[in-house]
Design a protein around this ligand. Structure first.
Ligand code: EPZ
Length: 451
């Protein structure tokens, strides 16, 4: 991106796409794969961290801008690899996309090629969400099926079944899915599981369908409500977001809008767990406490002091906290995206904690890495039993996915000696300046490129 007077045009297009988060340096060497985060633990965190806007709201909102004629401005967008990828994807589809200071502007007036190269989905499965908007507005979409990933097989059957219920034709051909329909028509859809992505996909598709769509057993996450609010600000007619049933009255067209997404409850929760694990007094600014009820309740149960303020949350902890049990569930239950971070905390609490992961079938990739640091964890199917130890020991470890990476940073903050974390590109997908934010509250953390 070239910088001039705060307007940074995003270089992109079918040939110019840079793998997100992999900044090619002058000689084209990809530094990111050699980048490491080093942490020397044992220091309490003191001070304030400002939480960024929610990655899992910003990504579907940016993709939802495809539904509207004209220009949308998304306010105060975090600098994340997944945001870069989404901007490149929109650019590839024919949109003009640029940064204006910390805002992103999307102009969708140009002709759109409703197809995305496989690499987008391989790099970011949320790319799959372009289908609903493209079919609703342009009558067709073509994109690779997202494969599995570190946390599970992650099928998309509920997306495709819902789109067919809305009248679309779906063809699977060698790992690519083609979806087409002259005009989607409203229907009644029941989701076998309250899938976040399927809810977003179908809600977006339904906004331009003819007639009413009722989607039942939907995801109720705050990010769903945020997407619905953005779509309604563009002229959509969505009711019930945040409840088990969403009703959409289809309309003929939407127009671009300016929208400020909600704060990132998972980023906030990650820093809350960090403050609990290494003690101290940390305030997270720009937080909606209501979105973090299960995390607040669990941290209080460990003995940490959690205070909800107007627009922030304060966590104070001294000494060793108590082990607790955690079971992940769809919202408003305990978020699966905070499971790894809680496990890092439980690794050093007094007693034995049990973590049950009910949302994904394989979200324990961080266990082996935590054990390299001396954690005592036993996994039986979807349950992990964590016997707390007084101290972890620094070690070279690898981030296997986004939240596992955050968990390793949290564990390292509590460990003696230094921990070196590789594969930091996973962390860059979802945490805006995590090294800088933690340095600002006293953590001994740095980022370097290995020779
Ligand atoms: C979203 O992923 C989030 N990603 C994930 O956050 C989050 O973990 C997940 O929701 C659950 O809260 C974004 O919002 C970009 P799902 P998504 O569809 O939509 C099954 C992070 O760390 N399922 O709710 O892919 C699926 O296999 C990321 O920020 C089907 O069976 O999640 C899984 O077991 C990781 N068929 C469960 O539902 C389908 O068609 C939940 O998946 C779709 C999903």
């Amino acid at each position: 991106m070239s910088k001039n007077s705060g307007v940074n045009r995003i270089e992109g297009g079918a040939t110019g796409i840079k793998p997100a988060g992999q900044q090619a340096d002058d000689d084209g060497k990809n530094d990111l794969m050699n980048t490491k985060i080093t942490i020397t633990g044992g220091k309490p965190l003191q001070g304030k961290i400002t939480v960024s806007s929610a990655k899992n709201a910003v990504l579907p909102i940016l993709i939802g801008s495809l539904l509207a004629e004209g220009q949308s401005t998304i306010i105060d967008v975090p600098r994340l690899a997944d945001v870069d990828t989404t901007c490149s994807l929109l650019q590839h589809l024919g949109c003009t996309v640029w940064w204006e200071n910390r805002n992103i502007v999307v102009q969708t007036g140009n002709p759109v090629t409703p197809e995305a190269p496989d690499e987008f989905v391989r790099r970011m499965r949320a790319s799959f969400l372009i289908i609903g908007p493209l079919v609703a507005r342009y009558g067709r979409a073509r994109i690779a099926l997202p494969g599995g990933c570190a946390i599970g097989s992650r099928p998309v059957n509920l997306h495709l079944k819902g789109l067919e219920a809305l009248g679309a034709s779906v063809r699977l051909d060698h790992g690519t899915v083609d979806v087409w329909c002259d005009r989607l028509r409203g229907a009644r859809v029941y989701l076998d599981f309250p899938s976040v992505g399927a809810t977003e996909q179908l809600m977006m598709a339904a906004t331009l369908a003819s007639g009413q769509t009722i989607i039942e057993n939907v995801a109720e996450e705050p990010e769903i409500v945020d997407l619905a609010n953005y779509l309604n600000s563009m002229g959509a007619r969505i009711k019930g977001a945040g409840t088990p049933v969403i009703k959409v009255e289809g309309t003929d067209s939407l127009r671009g809008a300016t929208y400020a997404p909600i704060p990132d409850r998972i980023e906030a929760g990650s820093y809350m767990a960090a403050a609990a694990v290494c003690g101290g007094d940390l305030t997270m600014d720009n937080v909606i406490a209501d979105h973090l009820k299960p995390v607040i309740a669990k941290l209080k149960e460990t003995g940490a002091e959690v205070t909800e303020l107007e627009n922030s949350i304060r966590v104070q902890a001294t000494g060793r906290l108590k082990a607790v049990d955690v079971k992940t569930l769809p919202y408003p239950g305990f978020p699966t995206d905070m499971q790894a971070q809680m496990m890092a905390l439980l690794a050093v609490t007094q007693g034995t904690g049990v973590v049950t992961e009910t949302v994904f079938e394989n979200r324990f990739m961080h266990v082996e890495e935590l054990k390299r640091m001396g954690a005592r964890i036993k996994v039986e199917s979807r349950t992990a039993i964590i016997e707390g130890v007084p101290k972890l020991a620094g070690a070279p470890v690898k981030a296997t996915d986004l939240r596992a990476g955050a968990a390793l940073i949290i564990a390292a903050l509590a460990a003696e000696q230094a921990t070196e974390i590789s594969c930091v590109h996973h962390i860059d997908r979802g945490y805006d300046n995590i090294v800088g934010k933690l340095q600002g509250v006293g953590a001994a953390i740095s980022r370097s490129v290995a020779e």
